[in-house]
Design a protein. Structure first.
Lengths: 637, 476
């Protein structure tokens, strides 16, 4: 299956082509080239998935790793070398499908959405770069390759968020996203270094083989500050994942990243990049489970808290993209929780399976939500809910597809979200009731805020639009991706996921837990009902409720002041406590040494310049003398 | 009775001679008008010859071990061929100018003779052979250096080169006679078998080493370098700094590894000190230079010092790193000289660094290539130069030479400073004595710069090259 290399190579070549020559092309042509390249990638990814899941993947009843390509890039020692290769296993193949599908949809959608923007070609070249990085990340055979692509993902996300670089808020948001995730990646890098220093390998296969026994034995006994070395390594690696996947308290960049073009948010901040952290934990799941179970527990609790926290904030936001951003944070936290509560063998690995399942379904309906929101924004030229309402009459396709996505995320049978959410809740129930009930509550809140969003956009009274500013349905290039994604959102829940993807590679039969299902559907219906009461018609009730709980309302509206807390932390602790002393050290000690070297180099240089006299007799003399001196040194030293 | 089968092992040499003869007859029998295409013909033929080097070759020893052809020698000769090809591409404008137009044939012919000498140096299995190769490579080079003979500087450089070259040959022969006296043979294999650390052998080694160190321009045998590089035509400066130097380094690797490997204790610390002095002095002098060709003369001295690190390591890894270093150096340095030649042709021979002021404004593409080349020479990732330095430092560090690596690293900081001076001139400084306007360069040079740029970008990333060299290497 060597052709899988093309899946990664095509976007990269597209990036080079559009980046270098895009300026000379007509915008439309650049868009079509980018889109058709991505189409080719998608086809290849589907072929790969077909071959893997139906022909080559299962060996003796176990899903196994296939490495069609691997070559050594830098060799440090016999064991420690950086390879670049392609790893196919259930989760990476699944990710290939998700990424290429969503990316293709975004490519098509952008043809309409970004039409006429300056830098259209640049936009497509960055999209290709992002797709390349993300695809490279998921097929990485080793943790270092993953890190390289991880950073590339960060860079391309940075350039896409700041695509409109003339808008100060976009520039600030792109910087914030880059710095916050980069800060988290510092932890990731240190974690990688600790892990590879002790195990002597970067290779995923070697790290996870035999229940991660290599990590267990090589790190046995080492402790640092009361925690075992393995714990440290895995916590630090998780820190990188938490940064990319926007877990509390590193989530602050994601809402701001909504400054980027909406299709970008759909691709990066809904379906692909933000799940990289989940993917990372899943990739190293055996290591977490067998060497550092306490870290998994921590992940479960961080996830639970983040899910609740983000869901509460989402209720009060008025910018439709920000609602979706917080909903994304909350849903990714769901996936993290599922990983955190998962066990390893057979049906006990339900959490792992559920997490990947939710990743899969969420990618489609969340991308659909974002693209639908983009369609709305395209029509009314605003992100604010106050400017919307009654849009169902003007935009039927957007309306129906958006409704489907809302039902999917709320977890209503038979939409895809129902199945994956049900499995996550079932896994949580088996593990810890507190986590289960919190997630259950979050499921209700999710249904509530999603339908609040839905009603405020598409219903909410009979808002009239001025003549000449009437909203209109989006062009075909935008409507078609919505419809395709809607189909995915409806049916992707019926994939027999547990047979294909699970922690130990041996499939098990998934069944729906009736208790859990009725509880979760029940709470979702309650959420929807409350939202209907409050927002179906334009009324005073929501404002009155906000007034009666003004303290809580203000706190949530301001996202519990997390941005301010981070700002305070940066200004007082980082700047005053660390940066100023470091700057002093840099200016006086480091610069002083360097200036000293420069000064003495110059002095020596002046004092010996006469050596180069230009006179051949002097040269010969030095030559002969030099040989003699060397001879004496060799003989007598 | 001579066995003509021996010649089978000399395919590349014979190919070169055939090429020489072809061009020779073309030069003699063709009218001036027909010679308009000399450059095209010469470059195409040489390109074909370079490709020929990549086809499978016969390997083995000829003339009783006098002459050795192995995968490694073939690979090294290919490196030299590539560098020479790039040089040929770069000289078109200069060679077709008024003063040199009538003798362009000679230029190629003489260059090919020196290249043949270098082949012999690399392939020799006998010190006499090595010596003959070295002479064949050195004496004609003096003609090339003085090729602009109506220019005082060029003529002076030629004279200086031939005088110092004669002196070094003398010293080298002197050393070889000691070695012969002590070991009774000139064959590498015999000598290494009988190698002992006696004073006579050591003296012989030192004088032999001085001879090659002259070509490599290691301190204190480097003083001729700056004057000659400055005076020689730019293409020849490139040839001296890349091909001639590369060949000497490669010959030295073989001699040290094959012959003197068993007495490495004796020469190890001398090489250690020479490496440090060469890198440091080269850097310190480079800082002061105002002329870009002198500047790169000193830069090439310090680059040669880095090469020694691999020899000091003495392992197969060290050898791989050295050969890789030379390969990368070919592309980086040839790119530099390609740009210098372009600017020089335009400014009618102004080679001051100040002549590059504001190049970015007038010729962004050229300044971009120059920037890449300089970054690669300075060892900035992700360009090829970073990987070559990285590997050579790794090789030395593996042998526990931490102090040496540390000093070498410090020196890369200094070298970065002066390499950045060039960048500063091109990108930041505005005032220009020549008022560089936008100018275009000949297509040959364009091709050469494209090749170099591609090399700088990709060689570091194609690990196959490094691993291929690694399979050919052997340690002491």
């Amino acid at each position: 299956m060597e052709y899988t290399l093309l899946i990664i190579l095509i976007p990269f070549l597209l990036f080079l082509l559009l980046g270098l020559l895009g300026g000379k092309m007509k915008p439309g042509i650049a868009g079509v080239i980018g889109t058709s390249g991505m189409f080719l990638c998608t086809v290849l990814a589907y072929i790969t998935a077909y071959k893997y899941f139906f022909q080559a993947g299962k060996i003796n009843g176990v899903w196994s790793e296939i490495i069609p390509l691997n070559f050594t890039w830098m060799r440090f020692t016999e064991n420690l070398h950086i390879d670049l290769g392609i790893l196919l296993d259930p989760i990476s193949v699944m990710m290939l499908v998700v990424i290429t599908t969503v990316s293709l949809m975004v490519h098509v959608y952008s043809l309409g959405y970004m039409k006429g923007e300056t830098g259209f070609q640049r936009y497509y070249s960055f999209l290709s770069l992002f797709s390349f990085s993300m695809l490279g990340l998921v097929v990485a055979t080793n943790i270092f390759q993953m890190y390289i692509f991880w950073e590339l993902v960060g860079v391309s996300s940075y350039s896409l968020i700041g695509f409109c670089y003339t808008k100060p808020s976009a520039v600030a948001a792109s910087k914030k996203a880059f710095i916050v995730t980069r800060f988290a990646d510092l932890g990731f890098l240190i974690g990688i270094l600790i892990l590879s220093y002790y195990t002597g390998t970067f290779d995923f296969g070697t790290l996870t083989a035999d229940n991660a026994s290599l990590v267990t034995t090589s790190m046995a006994g080492g402790t640092f500050m009361g925690l075992s070395l393995a714990t440290w390594a895995m916590v630090l690696i998780f820190m990188g994942g938490a940064g990319k996947s926007a877990m509390f308290p590193l989530h602050i960049w994601l809402p701001d990243a909504m400054e980027g073009p909406t299709p970008v948010s759909a691709l990066i901040h809904a379906a692909t990049m933000v799940v990289a952290g989940v993917y990372l934990v899943a990739r190293l799941f055996p290591v977490y489970y067998f060497t550092a179970p306490e870290v998994l527990e921590m992940i479960a609790w961080i996830g639970t808290f983040t899910a609740l926290f983000a869901a509460i904030i989402a209720i009060t936001q008025t910018d439709i993209k920000r609602v979706l951003a917080f909903s994304t944070i909350s849903q990714i936290a769901y996936m993290m929780v599922a990983l955190g509560v998962s066990k390893y063998d057979g049906h006990d690995g339900l959490g792992y399976m559920a997490s990947m399942f939710h990743l899969f379904t969420h990618a489609f309906f969340k991308a659909l939500l974002f693209l639908g929101a983009g369609s709305v924004i395209h029509a009314v030229h605003s992100n604010e809910m106050a400017q919307m309402g009654n849009l169902r009459k003007y935009m039927p396709v957007t309306h129906i597809t958006f409704l489907i996505a809302c039902l999917a995320i709320a977890g209503i049978y038979p939409f895809s979200g129902f199945f994956s959410k049900d499995e996550i809740l079932a896994a949580a129930l088996e593990n810890n009731p507190t986590i289960f009930w919190t997630l259950w509550l979050v499921a209700g809140l999710t249904a509530f805020y999603m339908f609040r969003l839905y009603f405020r956009i598409f219903w909410n009274g009979n808002k009239e639009y001025k003549e000449g500013h009437k909203p209109h349905e989006s062009p075909l290039s935008m409507a078609v991706p919505l419809i395709i994604l809607a189909v995915f959102s409806i049916f992707s829940g019926f994939v027999p996921f547990s047979e294909l993807i699970n922690a130990d590679g041996i499939g098990f039969h998934m069944h729906i837990n009736i208790t859990v299902a009725s509880l979760s559907v029940g709470v979702a219906i309650i959420g929807i009902a409350v939202a209907t009461l409050l927002y179906l018609k334009d009324s005073e009730k929501p404002a009155q409720m906000a007034k009666s709980m003004s303290g809580l309302y203000k706190a949530t509206l301001n996202k519990f002041y997390m941005d301010e807390i981070w700002m305070w932390f940066t200004k007082t602790v980082v700047f005053k406590g660390i940066c100023i002393p470091v700057a002093w050290f840099d200016r006086h000690i480091v610069d002083g040494t360097m200036n000293g070297i420069a000064w003495s180099t110059q002095k020596i240089s002046v004092s010996i310049k006469d050596l180069q006299s230009g006179q051949i007799r002097f040269y010969s003399w030095v030559f002969v003398l030099g040989s003699i001196v060397i001879a004496i040194l060799v003989l007598f030293l | 009775m001579m066995d003509f089968g021996n010649f089978l092992f000399m395919e590349q040499e014979i190919g070169l001679i055939i090429l020489f003869v072809l061009l020779f007859f073309y030069d003699i029998f063709c009218s001036e008008k027909g010679k308009k295409y000399f450059q095209l013909v010469a470059v195409s033929l040489f390109a074909v010859f370079t490709l020929f080097g990549f086809t499978p070759m016969n390997k083995g020893e000829a003339f009783g071990g006098m002459y050795i052809s192995s995968d490694m020698t073939v690979f090294m000769k290919n490196i030299l061929n590539i560098a020479t090809l790039i040089m040929f591409l770069q000289v078109k404008t200069w060679l077709y100018s008024e003063n040199t137009r009538h003798k362009k044939g000679e230029f190629y012919l003489i260059t090919l003779v020196t290249l043949l000498g270098m082949y012999v140096m690399i392939s020799s299995g006998n010190f006499m052979m090595l010596y003959i190769g070295m002479e064949a490579a050195s004496l004609p080079l003096a003609c090339l250096i003085a090729f602009n003979k109506y220019q005082e500087k060029s003529a002076e450089a030629g004279v200086k080169y031939i005088l110092i070259s004669a002196l070094s040959s003398g010293i080298m022969l002197f050393g070889l006679s000691f070695l012969y006296g002590a070991l009774g043979s000139f064959y590498f294999s015999d000598m290494s078998r009988n190698m002992i650390s006696s004073p006579l052998v050591l003296l012989g080694f030192v004088f032999f080493f001085s001879g090659l160190a002259f070509k490599l321009s290691l301190v204190p045998f480097h003083l001729w370098t700056a004057d000659v590089y400055e005076g020689a035509p730019t293409g020849i400066t490139a040839y001296l700094s890349v091909v001639s130097k590369g060949a000497a380094a490669l010959a030295l690797i073989f001699a040290l590894y094959k012959v003197f490997g068993s007495i490495d204790v004796a020469w190890h610390h001398i090489l250690w000190w020479l490496a440090i002095i060469t890198i440091t002095l080269g850097n310190i002098f480079a800082i002061r230079q105002k002329d870009i060709k002198r500047f790169f003369a000193f830069s090439s001295i310090s680059q040669a010092g880095y090469l020694l690190l691999g020899m000091i390591a003495g392992t197969a890894q060290g050898m791989t790193a050295m050969v890789f270093y030379i390969l990368v150096y070919v592309f980086s340095n040839m790119a530099v000289f390609g740009v210098i030649a372009a600017v020089e042709n335009h400014t009618k021979g102004d080679t001051r660094i100040a002549a590059f002021n504001g190049l970015y404004k007038s010729n962004p593409a050229l300044s971009f290539v120059m920037m890449l080349a300089v970054f690669s020479l300075g060892g900035i990732p992700p360009f090829a130069g970073f990987f070559s330095k990285f590997f050579i430092f790794m090789a030395a560090a593996e042998q526990g030479e931490y102090l040496l690596v540390f000093i070498a690293l410090l020196n890369t900081v200094i070298s970065l400073y002066y390499y950045l001076l060039i960048i500063k001139a091109m990108f930041i400084k505005e005032e220009n004595p020549n008022n560089l306007s936008r100018f275009s360069i000949d297509n040959y040079n364009k091709v050469s710069l494209v090749i170099c740029t591609a090399g700088i970008f990709v060689i570091g990333f194609i690990s196959l090259i490094y691993e291929y060299i690694d399979t050919l290497s052997f340690g002491i």
